[in-house]
Design a protein. Structure first.
Length: 136
């Protein structure tokens, strides 16, 4: 059974006290400290004109997005580490509980997962690492 959105949100907020969440849209953007130019994680909660890749139209569907290190990204996608390989890829961005490069920001080593379940412990590890990198 997929992990509920509220659980994911609370687990991210529990990473540290110097975390800020922007909730000005239905989507959630997580920042470390007062610097709010680049989130370390986001949760997309709906399809939009800009992004319909993950088919998030069902109640409770969401896509968790996280920035990874080069090593983490290459370990997940060893055949998709170049821009050319990512552009030529045929990932299913709507598959549930499976990692895929972010539909727009995969080139920046962002990874996504829709409705995480079995992968959730690995998501938590990635979120912790992303948070730690955000302070640099």
């Amino acid at each position: 059974m997929p992990i509920p959105l509220d659980t994911v949100k609370q687990d991210i907020l529990a990473l540290r006290s110097d975390l800020h969440i922007d909730t000005t849209t239905p989507d959630l953007f997580f920042f470390r400290g007062q610097e709010r130019t680049m989130p370390f994680a986001t949760i997309v909660t709906r399809d939009s004109d800009y992004d319909t890749f993950s088919k998030l139209d069902a109640e409770g569907d969401f896509r968790l997005n996280m920035g990874l290190s080069r090593g983490e990204f290459e370990a997940l996608f060893p055949n998709h580490v170049t821009r050319k390989a990512l552009d030529a890829s045929q990932f299913d961005y709507a598959i549930r509980d499976s990692f895929f490069p972010h539909p727009h920001y995969g080139r920046m080593r962002w990874v996504s997962v829709v409705n995480p379940d079995i992968l959730y412990p690995q998501c938590l590890d990635f979120l912790h690492h992303a948070f730690e990198r955000a302070r640099r």
